[in-house]
Design a protein around this ligand. Structure first.
Ligand code: FHN
Length: 440
């Protein structure tokens, strides 16, 4: 605690954070990007790095207490011979996702991109020698998909990352005065500059790791991590680039989106969202397809395509985007299980996408039968269970009701603010049967 307080005082003295984004006023470009982001509603998260090789998830270094010098040797065998950025992007696009968020550098410290700030990167530090992010950026541009970069604040392998936080304590990093936090913060700024100048327009920078120093209070975090300096840098280099931070706290000034981990906004089943309220910023929930972020060779516990479709609808019903994760294999391919689920989601979205993209939270909160989204005067009922008949209270008079997939008219009776719908084909097997209600 004392050490970190000394650092905060030193940083403040250096004027770090002086360009504080307090009183931050987003530019018109930024506001337009927020709107686009909120309309996208569905993105795919990619956790990929050296950790794909041991196949035990992205925390393997911390969980197995692997020495950072030994872990770094994984770079010598990083050769994902089947990596094909175009194939990834096409599959993701066909799955209905509108953007990709990829780990540019995770807590293990390895950068998936060309970086002059460290040789520990995919181009200079591996026999593969290719710029993964560069290839992905090109494929995204060709396919018209937005690209976002995840960026870890935590680093389990850099010796300047000192004082250490609460994770990665068994990776052999020295815990002493040779650490140089200011040097580490400068390194982050160099890499952010690279990420925002080498790959064209970037939709968002998605930070993660502030929680590593959560022994310090929330108010101390911006100065510890130089958040305001980083946010100002990002907005200066690309005003339309959104800033999100998965710190599990209420948003700080300068952040453009609010992130929730493994929970829809307002819920806290996973235990990450206990201290954060739901802000008025565009919202995003990140979620795994199985239980893992990085490739885990033994994790077969994939959620079904139907569950994922319902989760997407539930997320949209809270006015949030779903960022659904895939952990590519060490050979560069996306697991078949993930591809199969994406394909199913894509088919459903092709027919029912109107009830997800560009919608807002529905005016009827979650019900035993499902959830609602809305767009203008159309309210979408997402029926998760077959409903032969449904009685609802509506905010206005109902003009028409149709099954979105089939276009079939749904008959209804209206009486003093309530309406009873008779669903012609209560589809027993559908993941989410959508009824579009047009109000007067
Ligand atoms: O520690 C990370 C974890 O590896 C993963 O990246 C998730 C994604 O939300 N975020 C962190 C935990 O909060």
């Amino acid at each position: 605690m004392k050490r970190i307080l000394v650092i905060i005082v030193a940083l403040l003295a250096l004027g770090v954070g002086a360009v504080a984004q307090e009183g931050y006023v987003p530019t018109p470009e930024n506001l337009a990007a927020r709107e686009r982001f909120a309309a996208d509603r569905f993105g795919v998260f990619i956790h990929w790095g050296l950790y794909a090789q041991p196949g035990r998830g992205e925390w393997v270094m911390q969980q197995q207490n692997i020495d950072y010098r030994e872990y770094a040797r994984l770079a010598n065998s990083f050769y994902p011979s089947k990596f094909d950025a175009r194939a990834w992007v096409r599959a993701i696009k066909a799955g209905g996702a509108r953007y990709i968020t990829i780990t540019s550098r995770h807590h293990d410290g390895f950068s998936l991109f060309r970086s002059a700030a460290t040789p520990y990167n995919a181009v200079d530090g591996t026999p593969f020698g290719r710029d993964i992010l560069g290839e992905l950026a090109e494929a995204c541009r060709e396919e018209g998909i937005r690209l976002h970069f995840y960026y870890s604040h935590v680093d389990w392998g850099r010796t300047d990352y000192w004082p250490r936080g609460r994770s990665g304590l068994g990776t052999g990093r020295p815990d002493g005065k040779e650490g140089d936090w200011q040097h580490y913060l400068d390194f982050i700024n160099r890499q952010l500059t690279e990420l925002l100048t080498q790959y064209g327009p970037i939709g968002a920078i998605w930070f993660d790791g502030v929680w590593d120093h959560d022994a310090e209070p929330r108010e101390a975090q911006p100065a510890i991590w130089n958040l305001y300096g980083q946010y100002a840098l990002i907005h200066r280099l690309q005003p339309g680039c959104l800033v999100g931070n998965n710190h599990h706290l209420d948003p700080f000034p300068g952040e453009d989106i609010q992130i929730f981990e493994k929970d829809v906004p307002g819920e806290n089943e996973a235990g990450f969202s206990g201290t954060a309220g739901v802000s008025r910023l565009p919202l995003e929930t990140c979620q795994t397809m199985n239980h893992s972020w990085g490739y885990n060779i033994t994790d077969r516990a994939y959620k079904s395509a139907d569950e994922l479709i319902r989760y997407l609808a539930r997320t949209a019903s809270k006015g949030a985007n779903l960022l659904l994760n895939i952990g590519p294999r060490p050979d560069g391919t996306l697991p078949e299980e993930a591809l199969a689920r994406l394909e199913e989601m894509g088919k459903w979205l092709q027919i029912n996408g109107e009830s997800i993209y560009g919608t807002q939270a529905g005016c009827i909160p979650e019900q035993p039968w499902g959830v609602t989204t809305q767009k203008g005067n159309v309210l979408y009922l997402h029926l998760f269970k077959p409903q032969p008949e449904l009685t609802l209270e509506l905010p206005g008079k109902l003009k028409s009701a149709v099954l979105l997939a089939e276009g079939t008219t749904v008959s209804f009776k209206q009486k003093k603010g309530t309406v009873t719908l008779t669903i012609p084909d209560p589809a027993a097997s559908t993941a989410d049967q959508v009824v579009a209600l047009t109000l007067r």
